[in-house]
Design a protein around this ligand. Sequence first.
Ligand SMILES: [Zn+2]
Ligand SMILES: [Zn+2]
Length: 284
Amino acid sequence: MPQDYPPGRGRVSLEAAGIPIEGVSIAGHESFYKLPTLRTLLEFGRAPEDVVGYSTVCVSHGHLDHAAGLAHYASRRRLAGLPTARVFVPAEAAPDASRWLEACERLERIDYDVEVVPASPGDRVPLRNDLALTVLPGRHRVPTVGYLFAEVRHKLRDDLVGKEGSEIAALRASGVEVTRTEELPLLAYPGDCSAEIFEACPELFRARVLLLECSFLFPEDRDRAREYAHIHLDDLVTRAARFENEAIVLTHFSQRYTAEEIRRSLETLPEPLRRKTTAFLPAA
Ligand SMILES: [Zn+2]
Ligand SMILES: [Zn+2]
């Protein structure tokens, strides 16, 4: 039987600091991440059956290992009679993504229920009353954005703490805002990126979970990482003290490495970075 994935690579299911992440990520081949508790699919290099039900999708850039599933997904949602889906795409790439879908609609003589939403850094989208999506800047060879998921907590205004419930209710009834919001960054994902991302997007260091590409690992691949605008393991080592994250999930490793080589390389990270870093690989 021909295999879809190189040995030791393929479907992954893990939990990082309480956040389940399931999918596949192999550089140049296929990336997608299901985030069920965040109600979002990140990327669809392909669109396997179990991602079709996600009605919010965040695509970081147009490289096909991240975006090739778009039309297939749209077509199958239509067949399944699913409601309108939103697919966030970097603003500069959105017109091409829309034209691609329109061409497929003509080929199939059907209309898809997929809205391509242009995403620019700083855009904010409420996903739920307690969950917000913020678009982050990206740094890659084609237009790219990242995504940050934050838990939104509605708290009583500090100056109202200790006041009578009836007084607060009266204020609320008169139209006064009695709560303030507090945001906890849950998961940050910058898409494919070069090391410049750390300066462009310091939010990465503070999210509870950082889902980060690390395409290249070996010393001889440093130039390749720079040339193709990808992260090299050294880029993490030189910034080791800055990662405040509870968990870092490294992903998008080049196909040139075996799963064993990837695990061994991550073992060389300095503490405490090593302890909180996981490779997005199938369980050994
Ligand atoms: Zn990629
Ligand atoms: Zn890419």
